[in-house]
Design a protein around this ligand. Structure first.
Ligand SMILES: Cc1cc2nc3c(=O)[nH]c(=O)nc-3n(C[C@H](O)[C@H](O)[C@H](O)COP(=O)(O)OP(=O)(O)OC[C@H]3O[C@@H](n4cnc5c(N)ncnc54)[C@H](O)[C@@H]3O)c2cc1C
Length: 438
């Protein structure tokens, strides 16, 4: 335990008064559950687990209660690790210095759905927000492949997903306003709009807890889940740009080698031994997409209508093919995040960087990105590949660490004001700028 045991006891008692007996837990199972996240995807981090264990877990049920919990923790001098659904990769939500885990998954009210915007509490799930937007004839600009994860967690730890082909990343204007909580003894909800809200996005809660957020909506479109298959991954790659350029822009364009597609859950639209190209496509582009697939020598396997089918396709995008691959051979594979046109133009050289190299590719507004898997030997072997990839023109993001690597200087400057005692998500904001290329 990093924090004064008497302070933990006093905080537990105060939070029970505030939230009731069911609003706080010091039971080991609850503390362990609240101290784990998606870091099992990284063999490098897995070797270092456990990295921390919550002393207590609080479950506020409203944005206002989130502020009251933060205020109490600050008054008792106890570190606070914010948490949504705990699906974030790489230890972002692990309480590295123990202390309080602030689980916000029960604070999930949708307070307003307006024309072009939606306001909800941090714990609301992205899938539920999409449903609420759909009910109002709209859609959210983007949601991650972990569609059941929380709004606060996606804004704080995530970056993009379904919708990013047209709308970019979640720190590029997706958020229009936030109610944040600073780590001060009289903490309350602080409303920030527009540009003032952006510095709180993708910073793991180190500069403030997001208690409520307003995100942009756009008019609802008529989507289809489109599945095609090919003899060869090269045919898939040859279509990534043309699919991304369909008008209206697709919501998602994903491609997999046969070996990765075979690791996905059984589906007649993912035939064994064939490379897969999938897209959430606007209905009027289906004919054009079909022509592109046939001209490239592939075949269309399915075109499915309905929100659930689109959501299902989202849930096998981004990191999910890697997660499924790892299930087929536990402990065997690692992955890194890569980006750039070289993923299409130099795929053989990219695959050759690591033993067993396999690329899962996604189209994004900024160009193709991907998850490159390989057979794991050691951290040194993983890092040695970065320079080789850079030389090929491939940008690399290292997913095997838990420190904030977006706008670090800006976040540090903000946190000096909003978290003067460094109590927010301790251990995540690096003291010196991390060298990371995206
Ligand atoms: C298989 C797999 C696929 C994934 N696919 C995607 C993807 O497509 N796109 C993507 O962007 N991410 C993806 N992720 C990462 C992650 O699932 C998402 O970013 C998700 O939206 C995180 O939400 P969460 O509720 O689980 O957050 P958590 O894991 O609980 O938290 C994430 C981070 O935010 C902090 N935090 C949580 N809530 C708040 C809050 N209210 N205020 C301040 N800080 C907070 C936490 O401390 C942590 O640092 C994937 C992960 C896995 C394992």
């Amino acid at each position: 335990m990093t924090w004064n045991p008497d302070s933990i006891l006093a905080l537990t008692a105060e939070l029970k008064d505030l939230l009731g007996e069911r609003g706080v837990s010091t039971e080991l199972r609850a503390r362990e559950r609240a101290s784990a996240d998606g870091s099992y995807l990284s063999p490098i981090i897995t070797e270092q687990l456990p990295l921390g264990l919550a002393d207590l877990v609080a479950y506020p049920t409203s944005a206002e209660q989130i502020a009251e919990v933060v205020a109490a923790a600050v008054r008792h001098g106890v570190g606070i690790t914010p948490r949504g659904k705990g699906t974030g990769n790489y230890g972002q939500a692990i309480p590295m210095q123990d202390g309080l885990v602030l689980d916000m998954s029960r604070a999930r009210a949708i307070t307003e759905v307006g024309d072009g915007f939606l306001t909800a509490e941090a714990g609301a799930s992205m899938a539920v927000l999409e449903q609420a937007a759909n009910d109002a004839g709209q859609q959210i600009l983007m949601y991650p492949s972990t569609a059941n994860s929380s709004l606060g967690g996606f804004l704080s730890g995530g970056s993009g997903g379904t919708g990013s082909v047209a709308n970019g990343m979640n720190h590029q204007g997706f958020v229009t306003a936030l109610d944040v909580v600073h780590a001060v003894p009289d903490a309350r909800l602080v409303h920030v709009d527009g540009d003032e809200a952006q510095p709180f996005v993708h910073t793991y809660g180190t500069a403030g807890i997001i208690a409520r957020a307003t995100i942009r909506l756009e008019p609802r479109q008529d989507w289809r889940a489109f599945y095609a298959s090919f003899d060869d991954f090269g045919q898939v790659l040859s279509l990534i740009r043309s699919f991304a350029a369909l008008t209206p822009t697709p919501r998602l364009v994903s491609g997999d080698l046969a070996a990765l597609s075979d690791a996905l859950p059984n589906d007649a639209a993912l035939p064994a031994g064939r490379a897969s190209l999938r897209g959430i496509l606007e209905v009027t582009t289906i004919d054009a997409a079909t022509r592109l697939v046939e001209a490239a020598g592939g075949r269309v396997e399915a075109v499915r209508d309905g929100v659930m089918d689109s959501m299902k396709m989202s849930m096998i995008s981004y990191n999910h093919p890697i997660e499924w691959l790892q299930k087929t051979a536990p402990g065997k594979y690692f992955h890194i995040e890569v980006g750039g046109e070289a993923l299409i133009e130099q795929i053989d050289a990219v695959h050759a960087v690591y033993d067993g190299g396999m690329l899962h590719i996604e189209a994004q507004q900024s160009g193709p990105i991907g998850m490159l898997a390989g057979i794991y030997e050691s951290a040194e072997q993983v890092y040695a590949g970065f320079a080789v990839l850079n030389a090929l023109g491939v940008g690399v993001h290292n997913p095997h660490h838990w420190e904030v690597d977006h706008e670090v200087e800006r976040t540090r400057a903000l946190a000096q004001v909003t978290d003067p005692q460094s109590l927010l998500n301790p251990g995540k904001l690096p003291l010196a700028t991390a060298a990371v290329s995206a």
